[in-house]
Write a protein that binds this ligand. Structure first.
Ligand code: SAM
Ligand code: F3S
Length: 474
């Protein structure tokens, strides 16, 4: 009988991507098939997140909930950032956990499981073997016309509040040709949209000139940053090359860092039409004092200047962001500066969080005397403003024609299709299922709370080779 793996994912898109890779390696090495039903699983994996305390604590309660399944011989594994931080302490606290692995060792899962069985004791491997992870991956399994491609791992920014550099290690870029080959393979299999993935993709510095199997790190062996030398490609160069790959019609990337939004990066928005007119650019706060304490490496004016340049290169660009409210020492005046920045920029749907103290990070030593109720009130005010702005953007899109990628049938009504706009919003509309996987033009007729309704205005050349026809309803 086929063995089944149940994977529960917490946290960011990197984790979502890693979970897919876990399923791929387990399938290739040991024939595991993924399942959504925990009761029929032979292997249960938790891909954890430790960016905020709540997510971290959730893991142990979830582990407790599946512990009884061990009686049937089920194996349990913990991966991701909590695993990376806690290591064997997870097995100390929950001895029934069979394998603990980090974001950089997930490719070793089959080996760890085999060792768990042969040695009869829990296995822990949370090392950082750099780019080995990518080399050990089976080719990605394609679902639909959109795919994620990880281009770098880790983060070297060390924002004072964040655990990521400690759990995922320093920034390491995948070699340039490896990324291009993967995107070209995906395009050959019908993928039209790629999302280039990493904690700070615009810090990408990939080694050019053939794959060596070694780390394409951000620094070369002499310790110097050869960003503009012939052998190292920066992110702008990577985007230019991905843009030329036949079949790729839309390019997204996430996440990027304001500090790395160089002139070369703003220029590509003028030159590369396949790059979506939507950018997730985390700002975190609008007060220079708080930004400095966060060690973000820019001021509010510098952030605004980056946005101004981006919008000059690409009029109509919409931006989403991440915000942290209630960072230690944030005063009412600091918070008002964040609100002012939001007013000045005008953001689309964003992520906002109350600061969560993470042991081991520099900010965890700061005095944090703002009451939690005050922080929550600030968060509510901030979210209300962002929602207002996001709704205004949605309303302004009604009546416009949007180029969308049709992802499948609508979640609510299976007779309808569902597609995504450049700014990541869902549009539902009546259409023939043959449009799934196509880029088409849709007229936005209505804005609902989180989605749009629309009508097809162009029909791409379909599989039977019919010509496109403007004004047709599919
Ligand atoms: N690489 C991204 C960037 O450029 O900022 C961020 C990655 S981080 C995993 C995602 C978001 O989580 C951050 O942008 C930040 O807003 C939030 N975050 C990180 N540490 C946090 C903490 N200690 N408390 C609250 N939010 C936090
Ligand atoms: Fe975290 Fe800052 Fe890196 S938020 S992921 S340390 S850019």
């Amino acid at each position: 009988m086929t063995k089944k793996v149940f994977i529960k994912t917490f946290g960011c898109q990197m984790n979502e991507y890693d979970s897919d890779k876990m399923a791929d390696v387990l399938n290739a090495a040991q024939g595991y098939e993924p399942t959504d039903n925990v009761d029929e699983a032979d292997l249960i994996l938790f891909n954890t997140c430790s960016v905020r305390e709540k997510a971290q604590e959730k893991v142990f309660s979830d582990l407790g909930r599946v512990k009884h399944l061990k009686k049937k011989g089920v194996l349990i594994g913990v991966g991701g950032c909590v695993a990376s931080q806690e290591g064997s302490a997870i097995v100390d606290r929950a001895p029934y956990v069979d394998v603990v692995f980090g974001p950089q060792t997930l490719h070793r899962l089959p080996e760890l499981i085999a060792r768990r069985k042969s040695e009869g004791r829990s296995q822990v491997d949370i090392s950082f073997p750099e780019i080995e992870k990518f080399d050990a991956m089976p080719p990605p399994r394609i679902e639909g016309a959109s795919a994620f491609v990880s281009i770098m791992e880790g983060c070297s920014k060390y924002c004072s509040f964040c655990v990521v550099p400690y759990t995922r290690g320093e920034e390491i870029s995948r070699p340039f040709e490896d990324v291009l080959t993967e995107v070209a393979d995906l395009a050959d299999q019908g993928v039209k949209e790629v999302t280039l993935l990493g904690q700070n993709v615009n810090a990408y510095r990939g080694k050019m000139g053939g794959h060596t199997g070694s780390a394409g790190g951000n620094k070369t062996l002499d310790g110097l940053d050869h960003t503009h030398s012939a052998e190292i490609a920066d992110f702008a160069t990577l985007l230019e090359y991905v843009h030329e790959i036949p079949g790729i019609e839309r390019i997204r990337y996430t996440t990027s860092h304001p500090k790395e939004m160089t002139t070369r990066m703003t220029e590509v928005y003028a030159r590369l039409p396949k790059l979506v007119s939507f950018l997730h650019l985390p700002v975190q706060a609008g007060s220079d004092r708080v930004l400095a304490a966060m060690k973000r490496g820019y001021t509010a004016i510098e952030f605004k200047s980056v946005v101004r340049k981006l919008r000059a290169a690409r009029p109509g660009l919409t931006l989403s962001s991440d915000f942290i409210v209630g960072f230690p020492g944030e005063t009412e005046e600091d918070f008002e500066k964040t609100m002012k920045l939001i007013d000045d920029i005008g953001f689309d749907t964003s992520f906002s969080f109350v600061y969560s103290r993470r042991p081991g990070t520099p900010a965890s030593d700061l005095v944090d005397d703002t009451p939690q109720t005050v922080k929550l009130q600030r968060l509510q005010r901030l979210q209300a403003k962002i929602n207002e702005q996001a709704n205004a953007i949605a309303r302004s899109m009604v009546g416009s024609t949007q180029r969308v990628l049709v992802e499948g049938t609508s979640a609510r009504d299976s007779t309808e299709l569902s597609a995504r706009t450049e700014n990541n919003r869902i549009v539902n509309f009546a259409g023939h299922p043959r449009l799934i996987g196509q880029m088409i033009d849709v007229l936005i007729t209505d804005a609902m709370t989180n989605t749009f309704r629309g009508r097809v205005v162009t029909q791409e050349q379909d599989q039977e080779g019919e010509q496109s026809s403007r004004g047709a309803t599919a």
